[in-house]
Design a protein around this ligand. Sequence first.
Ligand code: URA
Length: 180
Amino acid sequence: MDLQGLLSCTKCDLSKGRQRVVVGSGPSRPTLLVVGEAPGKTEDEGGEPFIGRSGQLLFKLLEEETGITRQDCFVTNIAKCRPPNNRPPTPKECAACRPWLLEQLDSLHPRAVLSVGNTATKQLFGVTEGISEIHGRMFELDGVCAMATYHPAAGLRSPNIVIPMIRADLRTLKTQLATA
Ligand code: URA
């Protein structure tokens, strides 16, 4: 992929406020491509996606339910730059950034894609339904099986309700991977 192009991207105004372009990290042939919303403060400073509390929860649940570790995943976001005040990226910003994600999907050949949260899922799958309606359902993205689950930040806010649903979704994904 055109890494230099991504690192110097100015396709949307998020480029003006960022410290770093958070490209993503992981192996070149990952089991899963994990797609979140956008970098937060920690990620904008650290240069890696999901290195804060949300990420810790997500990868703990993933490993417990599927045996897949963060090291098996390429982790990225639908928007590669931090939106001001941690607002969600707008549909226009996501659309501007989408070609970078499609390049990643094309070059990484993951076995599956896991989209986390409403913003990434709506943009990635082109759906209008919210995450509460479509979590756990299988999709196809450029020939790769894909599933959406709740954002781990929602799991941190409402652990008793959301974490069991994330766990159930991840078990579905595990079954799908075993039969694919
Ligand atoms: N939330 C996200 O969606 N992505 C990150 O990288 C960090 C927090």
